[in-house]
Design a protein. Structure first.
Length: 351
């Protein structure tokens, strides 16, 4: 696969539908602006979906799983076997995102991009086998050129499946031991900052563990920074299979015209990668929440993203994005179903 699709144009907003939605909001039986962000969400969705009355009832959830060679440097509180074990939990229905997807009536798919522990094929898991996890980026590039392009394409393919199913909202999640280290390193390169500004506890490191993690990242950045040629090369050197897939999915959402709901820290790093590759894609991204990982706020600021929720979450796997879906649905329901002043025979605001 070549890189040409990454820069393909994004779907344009429907300004007529957006204007119609704004005009409808002005006629609803409430003081103007009283529902604040909920009004803005509904109007924005209308422009993206090209209809005055938007909906997000049909939700697609893709979970991208992969392992990371950097885990061998002692940067995670959990062993790599957990990634494969969680694949079973996802399809077995016991993971948080599995529960949330059922509650939402969402279609859930699980994609194994490449994990470190050998697994027999699991029913309900799409095994892509890009490698037994990435290489440790402390000593060299995490991925080959072929692997990073395949991972980006895997994200795009997930969006095409969602589109074929008629989905109105795409939620992506991730699973991979040590992926906060990979994401932090990539974010440090993108934002041109040191690891101490972004490295956090991930799955539960103590203060000494976070300090060690930051030191590993800084050493890796010293190796790679002079050699990185562009954004895809930075992703190849410092990223992971699932981070690349997430970035590819966000780009594809914007190109195909499907609204994406971005989850936590790792997904937001992928969104920043997508934005650097194709700036217009951010119009199609809603940011579900601001998580507890210390670097998340800095990433949202870089993307000018306003999170819908702030619950101190740090689970990942798309759980925060799934929790924000009911809020989007309520915003649409209020916009679509509230009566206008004329319909309710209620006097409007005096001039």
């Amino acid at each position: 696969m070549n890189e040409s699709w990454l820069q393909r144009g994004c779907r344009s907003l429907d300004f007529a539908a957006q204007l119609a939605a704004q005009e409808r909001q002005a006629q609803l039986t409430k003081p103007a602006g009283s529902l604040a962000q909920l009004e803005q969400v509904a109007v924005r969705l209308a422009g993206l979906q090209g209809r005055e009355k938007p909906e997000v009832e049909k939700v697609w959830v893709s979970i991208f799983a992969a392992d990371h060679g950097i885990a061998n440097e002692g940067v995670s509180a959990f062993p790599q076997e957990v990634t494969g074990q969680m694949l079973r939990n996802f399809v077995g229905g016991g993971a948080a995102i599995s529960v949330l997807s059922r509650q939402l009536g969402a279609q859930l798919e699980v994609i194994d991009l490449g994990i470190a522990t050998a697994l027999d094929p699991l029913p309900g898991v799409l095994h892509l086998g890009l490698g037994a996890g990435t290489e440790s980026f402390l000593h060299g590039p995490a991925m080959t050129v072929g692997q990073v392009m395949q991972a980006l394409g895997a994200g795009r393919d997930a969006v095409l499946r969602a589109q074929a199913a008629g989905s109105e909202l795409f939620v992506a999640g991730e699973m991979g031991i040590a992926n906060t280290t990979s994401a932090s390193a990539l974010a440090c390169w993108l934002l041109q900052c040191e690891a101490s500004a972004l490295a956090g506890p991930g799955t539960g490191l103590n203060a000494a563990g976070v300090q060690h993690k930051a030191q590993v990242i800084d050493r890796a950045l010293a190796l790679h920074r002079p050699q990185i040629s562009d954004v895809v090369d930075g992703l190849r050197r410092l990223g992971g299979f699932e981070i690349a897939a997430l970035a590819g999915a966000y780009l594809a959402c914007a190109q195909q015209g499907i609204v994406a709901l971005v989850d936590g820290f790792i997904c937001t790093v992928a969104a920043l990668v997508a934005q650097r590759l194709n700036p217009d894609c951010v119009h199609w991204l809603f940011f579900a929440h601001q998580g507890a990982e210390p670097g998340h706020g800095k990433l949202l600021q870089a993307l000018d993203g306003q999170p819908l929720l702030d619950l101190g979450l740090r689970l990942g796997e798309g759980s925060g994005a799934a929790l924000a879906v009911p809020l989007l649905r309520m915003a649409c329901a209020l916009h679509n179903q509230m009566a206008t002043f004329a319909e309710a025979a209620v006097a409007g605001r005096s001039a």
